[in-house]
Design a protein around this ligand. Structure first.
Ligand SMILES: [Zn+2]
Length: 128
């Protein structure tokens, strides 16, 4: 996914991309009976939920809706190549946004979402 930070005074202002990795933790009661017996959440359902949240971002350029370069990016990449979001696409904001969306999809408490831009640069959102 590509992104840029409109107010950043360093190199993150410029368009660039990352090979993001995302970790999520959830909590809830253990299921009793059925195919999920003894599980809080089947890992397959978690993977499906994460895919629903993250797939729209895959191989797209993500920008803040208020970024003045937005029209140029739309003209360059087309409407399918750019994804506009309400805030600045930092790892922190993405983690919070994805945690809220994942919680709605899974109908479970999402305890944390960690977004890695690189193996050494990440942000974690935690439920309070
Ligand atoms: Zn970046």
């Amino acid at each position: 996914m590509g992104h840029c930070l409109p107010e950043h005074d360093g190199k993150c202002y410029r368009p660039h991309g990352h090979r993001y990795a995302v970790e999520a933790t959830v909590s809830g009661p253990l299921a009793v009976g059925g195919s999920s017996d003894g599980m809080v959440l089947d890992f397959g359902r978690l993977a499906e939920g994460l895919a629903r949240v993250l797939d729209p971002f895959d191989h797209r350029f993500v920008m803040a809706r208020h970024d003045p370069r937005m029209q140029g990016a739309l003209a360059l990449f087309g409407p399918d190549g750019v994804l506009l979001i309400g805030g600045v696409p930092t790892a922190e904001n993405l983690a919070e946004m994805w945690a809220r969306e994942l919680s709605i999809i899974l109908v479970l408490q999402v305890e944390s979402v960690t977004v890695y831009e690189t193996p050494n640069c990440w942000a974690t959102w935690r439920a309070t």
